[in-house]
Design a protein around this ligand. Sequence first.
Ligand code: PHE
Length: 466
Amino acid sequence: MTERQSIHGQWSSRLVFILAATGSAVGLGNVWKFPYITGENGGGAFVIVYLLCIAVVGIPIMMAEIMLGRRGRQSPINTMASLSQEEGANRNWSLVGWSGVLAGFFILSYYSVIAGWALAYVVRASVGEFNGLDAGGVQDLFNGLVGDPERLLAWHTLFMLMSMFVVAKGVKAGLEKAVTFLMPALFVLLVVLVGYAMNTGYFIQGVEFLFKADFNKLIYSCQVVNDLEQCEVSGSPLLVAMGHAFFTLSLGMGAIMVYGSYMPKKASIAGSAILIAVLDTLVALVAGMAIFPIVFANGLEPAAGPGLIFQTLPIAFGAMPGGQFFGTLFFVLLVFAAWSSAISLIEPAVAWLVENRNMTRIRAAAWIGLTTWVLGLGTVFSFNLWSEFKLFDKTFFDLLDYLTANIMLPLGGVLIAVFSGWLMKRESSRDEFAMPSGGYHLWWYLIRYLSPLAVVVVFLHAIGIL
Ligand code: PHE
């Protein structure tokens, strides 16, 4: 086969691909979502399931996505269409690309609102609003923000504009440079926070919460009501852990596939995928080790929900020497982490518009940005005006989050696994991976059997069949 070329360009090196993909993977999912869903689902056992999902489901599917992207060299929709033709499969496999585009819209619409919180916190940290605040003060500060639709809207708008700007310029011009030093800086700052957490006197308790597994917590979800613990059987912690493995690695919706389509031919796919997954997991675990000791030291509730990091870290910044500076820096870096993820959420759609509708990147980014911004209003209001509107006991934001992370991404992932393991010829995937045969066989076994099976089992468990 003659090798295809992407019309959108190519990363300058393997390292740049790794940085970009890590930039996509490391984001609010690691620092904001991982701690709060771990808190809501009881800690250690949940974390173990999540780590297993990363290893058994996440890494093989990430390899598959990169491999498909690099072979197709187009937007995920067109890549799936071309490859299915080439491999003699039904052209409707391009639907995987379409569902990915839709999931990207949905995710970005709320992602941008949460990233807006981080933007707001940059300002708050820099003017010293956290100085000397106790847990109650920090909670009031948070509630003041999310209760005010106008402020949320303003920050959401700003973040969408930032994301559109970079996407319009093209990934290479803006982002390549930024991620190179921002990602390491975020990591260093998280480690500094762990240093603070170690001195709270509750470090061991925090780490135990994160790593000590009580598997009952995966089956029963318990709440303390009037000092009494009430437990009920719940199918969802497993599903949430698996869904989060997809979310945090940016899998199942074409983000990694489209980044793979800009990857140089010679770079190793397996090595890159493993490295990206390891870095992503490290950031999440370090964030957890920074946050839970602060939660326990201040008598806060680990299951506080989406506000968790915004109600814990400011306490640390308000109390530590140089906290104003470190706090500002931390939220700036969090914004950058979210930014480098946001652009990968819409790149599949932008690439498709450029390929099929002959649009410029600027126009494509503007259209997509506008649509996503409008959808984001639903999330803005779900924290205030519409907070009482619930479907299946979930607000608009909760529904979007559940639908994308726990259903659309894993489903997209299974389809990608089935396509690359069962429909694609072995010579094709083998040729694209170009790796030693032991590694290839391991991947092949995982992608055909174990990864899709694991997802299906978790789905069946969640709907009560298993
Ligand atoms: N992985 C990103 C995070 O953890 C979110 C994301 C999901 C980005 C899907 C792209 C695609 O924050």
